[in-house]
Design a protein around this ligand. Structure first.
Ligand SMILES: CC(C)(COP(=O)(O)OP(=O)(O)OC[C@H]1O[C@@H](n2cnc3c(N)ncnc32)[C@H](O)[C@@H]1OP(=O)(O)O)[C@@H](O)C(=O)NCCC(=O)NCCS
Length: 165
């Protein structure tokens, strides 16, 4: 039987998370090892990993902001991040390619949203490509606006989910 386990990230997960990020994202869309290390070090409470049979196969990481500016590239290095701020900004939602299409992102997102609610957060924001809009709608996000960002030479869309907190 498959053993699935959701937990917060730990320092020892850095290499595997970097491997997943670079395997699943195209080209310069992937965060650098340094950026992932910063997210693990500064805000592990906003970094959830999914383990399958003892191996990390995917994760969601984030920061928090009082005022969300999705196109702010420096936020990806957590510049301006305040752990007590009410709005969560997701930076990565990623599942290792071999394990995609089996509902694992859905599982991770459901858990991530629960954790954000428990922490009393007010909203969750993310930026996605056109092809993922339907996926995030399914998770309960609503379309906010086209993004001014041209990260990686592509067009991006901002999605938002309001929480009870
Ligand atoms: C996007 C991603 C996280 C989805 O992970 P996953 O575990 O394969 O997703 P799930 O299996 O939980 O799929 C959830 C639903 O979305 C659909 N879906 C998944 N990927 C999709 C895609 N690229 N386009 C459209 N629908 C998609 C699935 O069919 C499923 O629908 P269903 O419940 O009706 O069957 C994964 O493909 C990935 O890591 N991609 C590379 C990184 C990336 O681009 N992340 C998104 C950043 S905005």
């Amino acid at each position: 039987m498959t053993d699935l386990h959701l937990r917060f990230v730990e320092a020892c997960d850095l290499d595997r998370c970097y491997e997943i990020e670079t395997s699943a994202y195209e080209g310069d869309e992937a965060a650098t090892r340094e950026k992932i290390a910063t997210r693990i070090g500064q805000y592990p409470q906003g970094f959830v990993v999914l383990e399958k049979d003892g191996e990390v196969i995917g994760f969601i990481n984030s920061g928090c902001a009082d005022e969300v500016v999705m196109s702010d590239e420096s936020f990806k290095e957590l510049v301006g991040h305040n752990p007590d701020a009410p709005n969560v900004v997701i930076m990565s939602v990623v599942i290792f390619p071999d394990h995609q299409g089996q509902g694992y992102a859905t599982l991770l997102m459901r858990h991530f949203v629960e954790q954000a609610e428990k922490a009393g957060k007010r909203s969750i924001h993310l930026m996605c490509k056109e092809r993922h809009i339907a996926l995030y709608r399914k998770f309960g996000f609503r379309y906010a606006q086209p993004s001014p960002s041209e990260h990686g030479g592509m067009s991006w869309h901002e999605m938002v989910m309001a929480l009870g907190g």
